[in-house]
Structures are given as structure tokens and as C-alpha cells.
Ligand binder design. Structure first.
Ligand SMILES: Nc1ncnc2c1ncn2[C@@H]1O[C@H](COP(=O)(O)OP(=O)(O)O)[C@@H](O)[C@H]1O
Ligand SMILES: [Mg+2]
Length: 255
């Protein structure tokens, strides 16, 4: 199993934002995390990526306990993410924004500064080429040299995902990637996620839009008040009585 959560709990003051959560994500699959606002979805991502420390329970990646690791160490382990509130470096170019992701996982780390100048140039060239390829895939190769601030919101979101991919991750966590996108942008995003899925990229996706979930996810985990209340295939979840009762209104959208 690539990712395993067991009894994961996090309190803020007296409130259990995440309460005894357990689930597994198999390598090469896409899990969608759904549930109403405040259910604990982002907190769970913050726990998996080391932004927050867990109170109880365990999170393992390929059997290795991740507890106590900081975000940069988790990036080195191959865990990368995007943020609910988009994080783009507006003063950098589109290409540089993607290249940042690759440096996060630079194997040389601290010793980078000790390697020879030609070797460093070689590495930089490789990172640049790979980042350009990622931009090409999302149709933004032409915009590589533009300031990131010049892109519309939907394209910034794609750049953020490309940055997460540039780290060559074994697991990528996407926090509401379709939020704020118009329907055309959302269509592009879903197509791209589906492509990544077909390629065997392991992802956990926080997503409200059931259509995106249906198209991009292998399984769905439903959180409510910090707890898992249902888990199953997208079709099972759409037919799940408790989920229907709690979240699915007439328009079939999650609250
Ligand atoms: N840093 C924090 N400090 C205090 N409370 C927090 C913090 N982050 C989240 N919470 C609370 O934890 C609960 C879960 O929030 P969150 O994980 O953001 O939910 P979701 O992403 O599912 O909307 C909410 O009640 C929220 O107010
Ligand atoms: Mg959230």
C-alpha cells in the first residue's frame, strides 16, 4: 500500500478536526476526499504533508512512518501538493514556477552546493527541459517566459499542478483544484487529471464537483465532522443512503 492512515486524530483546542481517520491509497489509483466545509479535509492534507503534526495515529508511505517529518522532507520522500488557496509566485515566470517543484526534490539537497559548476548546469538544463515538457502538456509552453501574474486563474491552477508534478512525486495531493474555475477551465483540468490517472499517477483529490469525482477517481472517501462516514467507488458513494441523506441534494452536488 502506498499511503496508509490509521487512527489519525488532530484537535484544535477542544475540537477534533480530524477524528480517528483511517484509509488506504493503493499505488496508481486516485482517491477523492469529499465532505462539507469544515469536515477536516484540508487538515488531513496538512497532516499528510507534515504542515501539521498529528496528535494520535499513524501515517505511512510505502510502510515508512511519516510522523515528525517536515514538509520539505516529505517532498523529498515524493509527497507533493497543491493548495486550496492557490500558491503561485507571481513575480517569477511561468517556467520558474514549475522548476521550483523540481528543486524541492533535488536528490543532492544540501550537497548541491558542493557539486561542480558544470554538473550543476547540467542538472539545471535537465530540470528546465522537464519543466518545459510539463508546460507543454498543459498547453502553456508558449507562456513559459511570461510572468506568472499574467495568467488567468485557471491556468495558474494548472501551473501549480505542473509544479507539484515537477518534483516527480510518488503521491500528489490536490486541494480543491477545480474551485474557482469556469466550466471550460474545469473541463481542461478534469481531462488533465484523467490523463495523469491513466498514466498511473497516485493522487488524493479534495473535490466538491461530483462529475469530476466520477470521472477522475477510483474510490471516494466521505468525511463529516472529522470522521470517515463512507468509502467506496464513485457509483457506490452516489447510491449510499447516508451520503445521499447528508450531502447530495436534488442537484447531486456536495454541499
Ligand atoms: N489552524 C487551525 N486552527 C484552528 N482550527 C482549525 C485550523 N485549521 C482548521 N481548523 C478547523 O478545523 C475544522 C476542519 O477544517 P478544514 O480541515 O479546513 O475543513 P475542510 O477542508 O474540510 O473544509 C474546521 O472546524 C476548522 O475551523
Ligand atoms: Mg479545505
Amino acid at each position: 500500500m502506498l499511503l496508509e492512515l490509521d487512527g489519525v486524530t488532530k484537535h484544535f483546542g477542544g475540537i477534533a478536526a480530524v477524528n480517528d481517520v483511517g484509509f488506504e491509497v493503493r499505488k496508481g489509483t486516485v482517491a477523492a476526499l469529499i465532505g462539507p466545509n469544515g469536515a477536516g479535509k484540508t487538515t488531513l492534507f496538512n497532516l499528510i504533508t507534515g504542515t501539521l503534526e498529528i496528535d494520535y495515529g499513524s501515517i505511512t508511505l510505502n510502510g515508512k512512518n511519516l510522523s515528525g517529518l517536515k514538509p520539505f522532507q516529505l517532498a523529498a520522500e515524493g509527497v507533493t501538493r497543491t493548495f486550496q488557496n492557490l500558491q503561485i509566485f507571481n513575480s517569477m515566470t511561468v517556467l520558474e514556477n514549475v522548476m521550483v517543484g523540481a528543486y524541492l526534490r533535488s536528490k543532492k539537497g544540501f550537497f548541491r552546493s558542493l557539486i561542480s559548476y558544470p554538473a550543476r548546469c547540467q542538472e539545471e538544463k535537465k530540470i528546465r527541459e522537464e519543466s518545459l515538457m510539463l508546460l507543454d502538456e498543459i498547453g502553456l509552453a508558449e507562456a513559459a517566459g511570461f510572468p506568472a501574474s499574467s495568467l488567468p486563474f485557471g491556468q495558474k491552477r494548472l501551473v501549480e499542478i505542473a509544479r507539484a508534478l515537477a518534483a516527480d512525486p510518488c503521491l500528489i495531493l490536490l486541494d480543491e483544484p477545480a474551485a474557482g474555475l469556469n466550466s471550460a477551465e474545469s473541463e481542461v483540468l478534469t481531462g488533465y487529471l484523467k490523463k495523469l490517472r491513466d498514466r498511473g499517477t497516485t493522487m488524493v483529490l479534495i473535490e466538491h464537483d461530483m462529475e469530476t469525482v466520477m470521472r477522475a477517481a477510483d474510490k471516494v472517501i466521505v468525511l463529516n465532522f472529522g470522521q470517515v462516514i463512507a468509502e467506496g467507488t464513485p457509483a457506490e458513494i452516489q447510491a449510499h443512503p447516508e451520503v445521499i441523506k447528508a450531502y447530495l441534494g436534488e442537484d447531486e452536488k456536495i454541499a
